[in-house]
Design a protein around this ligand. Sequence first.
Ligand code: SF4
Length: 230
Amino acid sequence: MRKLAVAITGLELPAVEKISESRAEDPFQVTIATLLSARTQDATTFAASERLFRKASTPQAMSKLTVKQIERLIYPVSFYRYKARYIKATCAKLLKGFGGRTPSTMEELLTLPGVGRKTANLVLILAYQSQQNICVDTHVHRIANRLGWVRTRTPEETEQALYRATESRWWPYINLYLVTWGQNVCRPVYPRCPACAIKDLCPRIGVATVSRTAPENYPLDPASVSESST
Ligand code: SF4
């Protein structure tokens, strides 16, 4: 984790991290941006979130939009029709059940439509500065298994296994580090193992084929990627 902390410097941050930073860690906006981010490219998530928040940045304002208006604002995020309905329903629930406040506990967050453990953990970490949560998405699940930190089949299993396998001081950072790594280096296919800052620590479990390319803005040992091929 210490090596990754250094290695991610200069790499593009995940969209929800950027939105959280630019939007003063607003819990409502972090919740909505995380909902939008599911199965969607980061650039698309970021642009859709900005369009939506420029129009409505609070549950009160967003609840006044129709589902159709939300759909148009968030298109082309994947499953935009479902997500628009979840957003509308989440705003209604926040207004009716929580006085317009975004809750700060796992139990309450899970009562919001479309909010699962991944979204709830990220809201708790980014908006409420929790030190007790690990947010596991597909990147974290994949890389934790490649590194041999866990042997699990689902992100839900990975979250629980990571609480046992890692020191708690790293829990709030696991998502940021591994998602950034997963988007730039330890990609789902053709991971960039020869250029990887933690290759000496990694058994590469399940990795069959690697890429010899390196991401932009990445401080490399040039010798490690001298043969250019994919
Ligand atoms: S060595 Fe390869 S599999 Fe291991 S973390 Fe780095 S990129 Fe991922």
